[in-house]
Design a protein around this ligand. Structure first.
Ligand SMILES: *Cc1c(COP(=O)(O)O)cnc(C)c1O
Length: 221
């Protein structure tokens, strides 16, 4: 492991992003030593995409780390992370949100949740379609989930070499975010996050107003 390189990568990325955008370091598949090295650069925002990894890391790393969940989440596993997870980026159904609410209530906490939106032209990616998002916002009783704070939208662009396509997808999610914010969250200061951009496309995401970039390989490779 090259700790200096990890810390140099972090400082470079931080120097490239505006103050309105946060770097979320994706620590999946990395060793505790590698994550500790990133932490020792002064960084405290980390994310995992699997429940088991999230729990293990939480137990083995400093307690002032803010842990985010970014991967597909099964309802029966929420209970393992509900006592500590700061934000869940990957909420892709009302059923899941209701289940998170139940566990948050038991843990006597409020859990920040982002709605994952499917914008990529790939079958494999999870998330609400734009039609499902509208249905969810119009027809469900999400406002009654007192232990959930909806903080924004998350999306992944298509894995493609076409920067035009990626930019178009990010522009669409930004437009959707601004519409949802205006139509359903006016006066709510908490719905203010747009989680877009990974190692390969975060500069395009910044053009579209990203407020959280999720970076793994760009930090650790
Ligand atoms: C792995 C992962 C990332 C980070 O990907 P990199 O290309 O390594 O930066 C971001 N978001 C999600 C949801 C991921 O699973």
């Amino acid at each position: 492991m090259d700790c200096l390189k990890i810390q140099t990568n972090i400082n470079r990325i931080k120097s490239e992003i505006p103050s309105t955008c946060k770097l979320l370091i994706v620590s999946k598949y990395r060793t505790i030593q590698e994550i500790d090295c990133a932490y020792n650069s002064g960084h405290k925002l980390f994310a995992e995409n699997r429940v088991q990894a999230l729990v293990e890391r939480k137990e083995n790393l400093p307690s002032d780390i803010e842990w985010h969940m970014i991967g597909h989440l099964q309802r029966n596993k929420i209970k393992y992370i509900s006592s500590f997870v700061h934000t869940i980026h990957s909420v892709d159904s009302l059923k899941l949100l209701v289940a998170i609410h139940k566990e948050a209530q038991k843990a006597e906490r409020t859990i920040n949740c982002m709605l994952q939106i499917h914008i990529a032209q790939e079958e494999s990616k999870f998330g609400f379609t734009l039609t499902e998002l509208n249905q969810f916002l119009e027809e469900s009783d999400w406002r009654n989930l007192t232990h959930i704070q909806l903080t924004g939208l998350m999306a992944m662009a298509t894995n493609t070499d076409s920067t035009d396509q990626i930019q178009a997808e990010f522009n669409l999610i930004q437009k959707t975010f601004l519409e949802v914010k205006a139509n359903y969250f006016s006066g709510n200061p908490h719905f203010n996050q747009l989680s877009i951009g990974m190692s390969g496309d975060y500069k395009l995401a910044l053009n579209s107003g990203s407020s959280i970039i999720r970076i793994g390989s760009g930090v650790f490779n």
